[in-house]
Write a protein of this length. Structure first.
Length: 232
């Protein structure tokens, strides 16, 4: 795994002002965000509802940085193509409750997008064993998915470490992202375990100065010496 200078920061628009979404997207982009993280929830797979491909298409008009779309929906497969066409650059599907996740990842890659797989706190790492050849990003949920503003689950740190080891064993460039409870205190913890992409909601959009918030995550004590991947 290459040793680079900083982690990727992906502000989560779940914590943005939805009434000013275009402005919020531009503001995060200008503040130095590497990616934007878009949580798609259906009120079924998770106990909340957000938006569909139309929002992704609207956001795509306001930024050129990668859109990291996290599908917390069931079923997933019927909607993958719509999100790809809307402008998603990366599409994450959950391993839980998806008996054909291998096919889902194949579909994402066939559409020319980076394939991500998300894993909930109670899910063991061996659930990903037979799809490591298809994933570009592994998204470790460090909270129970469905709501922003939750506390980082320390129990997930060993999981991040195990997944980093599994990814490195493939010899492929697989990013390890963390999503949930990320701030200047938890970012170095996640990175020390092997994470190189940080999804941050309130830690960015809950602050007055987005640029300072993003810089604070990148340069939190202990984070600068940790591995990261180039933005793409």
């Amino acid at each position: 795994m290459p040793m680079l200078t900083r982690p990727l920061i992906a502000p989560s628009i779940l914590s943005a002002d939805f009434a000013r979404m275009g402005e919020e997207v531009i503001a995060a982009t200008e503040a130095g965000a590497d990616w934007l993280h878009l949580d798609v929830m259906d009120g079924h797979f998770v106990p909340n509802m957000t938006f569909g491909p139309g929002m992704v298409a609207a956001i795509r008009k306001h930024t050129a940085i990668p859109l990291d779309v996290h599908l917390m929906i069931d079923p997933t497969d019927p909607f993958i193509e719509a999100f790809a066409k809307a402008g998603a650059d990366h599409i994450h599907v959950h391993v839980e409750g998806n008996p054909h996740v291998h096919r889902s990842l194949q579909t994402i890659r066939a559409l020319g997008k980076k394939a991500g797989i998300a894993i909930c706190p109670a899910t063991p790492t061996d659930m990903l064993q037979y799809v490591m050849d298809l994933v570009d990003i592994i998204l470790v949920m460090t909270v129970n998915p469905g709501f922003g503003g939750q506390k980082f689950l320390e129990s997930q740190v060993p999981k991040i470490r195990m997944l980093r080891e599994m990814a490195d064993m493939t010899g492929r460039d697989i990013r390890i992202g963390v999503d949930g409870g990320i701030d200047a205190h938890t970012a170095p913890v996640a990175m020390a375990a092997g994470a190189d992409m940080l999804v941050a909601g309130t830690a960015v959009y809950g602050q007055k100065d987005y640029a300072a918030a993003i810089a604070g995550l990148r340069h939190a004590p202990g984070s600068e010496s940790q591995p990261a991947s180039p933005a793409s």
